[in-house]
Design a protein around this ligand. Structure first.
Ligand code: SF4
Length: 319
């Protein structure tokens, strides 16, 4: 692992609404080194999918910078993004909605090759068949339509389509959450193998499932209301979480190392609207250890704790 394949610097994505400004992403900085898999976790509505879309300019950032393999794409014109888009591919949660139901699998997987390469005719058919084989699907699937495939088979097709242009960066947005547990395990194993085969390939893996992140990722970043609140190597964060929000998320997952002996930490209420962000620490209305007069007035600083860091006033003090 060496140079950064994806860098987000103070990324902001704000949406003006009638009720105010939704700060979906509010100053997110992340750096993914070549070959790394970084898990981005948080509750639904935390802004993690918006980070994934803004990283590929599917949504324009309001502020900050996005660099892919050293190229600043933040303000690049759409036509100048084409070379970057061959390097970076997005895989969605619901493969079905990202496929044209009237296209055969051959056309769906072959389309990026037609757009980005000169491969045509018999060579195109062979390349698509090889891609299908790589994701564990037989060549007969070439002539099928999406509705003839199961959820797991469709997600394999989506991965084959993403791999068609030999990307260096994958952004996977909840790629297994719509699948049965057994199919989920197969796809995760496959993604792990793929990374072992392609040491340069880098992935941003967006998920609310901490067990999946623990299985697949090298590092994890925890997001709450548009901000990263804790980040570090998976082994450290899972065995010794620092932020009360990370502790609460981990306490709800049956993992051997997660908050051992601490019991389940029940968070009060739902994730608040990003329009009505609380003063001080945005997590304080739900935080079980919030300190009055501090957490509700002052934004917490970033505190480094070895290889990990977290934003909390009480790092080192919380049990
Ligand atoms: Fe909880 Fe205060 Fe830490 Fe925020 S800063 S997570 S409210 S203890």
């Amino acid at each position: 692992m060496s140079e950064a394949m994806l860098t987000l610097q103070d990324l902001e994505v704000h949406f003006p609404t009638k009720g105010g400004v939704v700060r979906a992403v509010d100053g997110v900085s992340l750096s993914l080194r070549q070959g790394e898999i970084l898990g981005l976790v948080g509750e639904s509505g935390s802004g993690k999918s918006t980070v994934g879309k803004a990283a590929l300019r599917l949504i324009d950032p309001t502020g900050g910078q996005v660099l892919i393999d050293g190229t600043d794409i933040t303000t690049a014109r759409l036509r100048d993004l084409k070379p970057v888009r061959t390097k970076a591919q997005l895989i969605f949660q619901d493969p079905h909605s990202s496929m044209n139901p009237r296209m055969t699998i051959k056309r769906i997987v072959g389309e990026p090759l037609i757009i980005h390469t000169a491969i045509r005719g018999a060579e195109l058919d062979q390349t698509v068949a090889r891609l299908l084989e790589r994701v564990g699907l037989p060549a007969q699937f070439l002539h099928r339509f999406p509705h003839e495939l199961s959820g797991g088979q469709k997600q394999r097709v989506a991965i084959a389509r993403a791999l068609a242009v030999d990307p260096d960066l994958l952004i996977l947005d909840e790629p297994t959450s719509a699948l049965d547990v057994s199919v989920q395990a197969q796809i995760l194993e496959f993604l792990k193998e793929l990374h072992a085969e392609r040491p340069r390939m880098t992935s941003l893996f967006i998920s609310h499932n901490l067990a999946v992140v623990r299985f697949l990722c090298h590092r994890v970043a925890v997001m709450y209301l548009g901000k990263i609140v804790e980040e570090g190597p998976v082994a450290q964060v899972f065995s010794n979480p620092q932020h009360p929000y990370t502790k609460a998320l981990l306490s709800a997952v049956p993992l051997p190392e997660a908050t051992r002996g601490a019991g389940r930490i029940q968070l009060e209420g739902d994730l608040p609207s990003p329009v009505d962000r609380a003063q001080g620490c945005a997590f304080h209305p739900r935080c079980p250890v919030a300190r009055k007069g501090l957490c509700d007035t002052k934004a917490p600083p970033r505190v480094d704790t070895g290889e990990t860091w977290a934003r909390c006033h009480l790092i080192g003090e919380t049990p």
